[in-house]
Design a protein around this ligand. Structure first.
Ligand code: KDG
Length: 317
């Protein structure tokens, strides 16, 4: 079911996951996985049988090789990833508290990915994309990264490529004022908007899902997925809007749920599904992400996904 390539661009990091629910100062062992909002979406789509690419810059270090190797193993096209000595590959640590809340600590300032610039990109290759998936994390990384995202929006409009955008506001990377100034103009230009209800408050002045959707549809968005955490999601297009419930699962780590939702939702869009179905697909992927520790390790292959969608299989994690 290869129906058109989704190209994602943004930083991926090596994420260290502690083996205990306690402060990092007391943790003795970690396992490592790949994290990154955009590459998470690429992995989710690839697992569902879609063509996906991830473009970024990694350092000339072992972690850079690890990131590329893992994403390639998941079927993501990494042929346009740059390996650069301008900075190291970024890393992050997760911390789990006793009540299961997850926190992240970044070590990514000056990373290779933060040096990404407009002239680094192969614009001919980008023309092959049907959808360009971007997030608001990239413009928070550096001025050159912000320029890249603005240029990608301009280019996609010119080439008739659909832009899928998740503001993914990361308050550890910039101030709310900077995020609002930079992301609000982008949000209203995207064709597919995938965002948290809480992000609507900052970027559009309303945290009400119906208002957020109405505003974005009026600006020209074609499909909208508003993620509401434990409350499910609201999805809408020009024809209809639906509240989509969550799938009940045992939550072990909520990080990555939004990206998994995005992958399921985008798969639905690529397959020409009605908006409600796109929402159900996103919701199932989100549920599977929160029931495992890494961002993408819990995501299903297509066969399992289809069985779960038809309720032929119980979610057993
Ligand atoms: O959405 C999950 C991401 O937050 C995580 O994988 C790391 O990309 C990441 C980031 O910048 O926070």
């Amino acid at each position: 079911m290869k129906r058109g390539r989704v190209v994602t661009i943004g930083e991926s990091l090596v994420a260290f996951i502690p083996n205990a629910h306690t402060k990092l100062r007391y943790v003795q062992q970690f396992s490592k996985v790949v994290a990154g909002a955009e590459s998470n979406v690429a992995v989710g789509l690839s697992k569902l049988g879609h063509l996906s690419s991830w473009i970024s810059k990694v350092g000339t270090d072992e972690f850079g090789q690890y990131i590329i190797r893992e994403l390639r193993a998941e079927g993501v096209d990494t042929s346009h990833v740059l390996v650069s000595d301008e900075g190291p590959s970024g890393i992050m640590f997760k911390q789990f508290s006793a009540n299961l809340a997850s926190q992240v600590f970044y070590y990514r300032k000056g990373s290779a990915a933060s040096t990404l610039k407009v002239s680094d990109l192969d614009w001919e290759y980008l023309k092959e994309a049907k959808v360009l998936h971007l997030s608001g994390i990239t413009p928070a990384l550096s001025t050159s990264c912000r320029d890249v995202v603005y240029e990608l929006f301009r280019f996609a409009k010119q080439e008739g490529i659909l832009i899928s955008f998740d503001p993914n506001i990361r308050r550890k990377l910039w101030s709310e004022a900077e995020a609002k100034r930079t992301l609000s103009p982008l949000l209203v230009q995207a064709d597919i908007v995938l965002m948290g209800e809480d992000e609507g408050e900052l970027l559009l002045g309303s945290g009400d899902r119906y208002r957020i959707a109405a505003t974005l549809l009026e600006k020209g968005a074609k499909a909208i997925g508003i993620k509401r955490g434990g409350e499910g999601a609201y999805v809408a297009d020009a024809t209809a809007g639906f509240d989509v419930p969550i799938h009940p699962v045992k939550v072990v780590d909520t990080i990555g749920a939004g990206d998994a939702f995005n992958a399921g939702f985008l798969a639905g869009v690529l397959e020409g599904c009605p908006i409600k179905e796109c929402g159900r697909m996103g919701s199932l992927m989100g549920a599977l992400a929160v029931s495992s520790y890494g961002d993408t390790e819990g995501l299903p292959d297509r066969k399992t996904f289809d069985e779960l969608m038809k309720n032929e299989k119980e979610i057993d994690r």
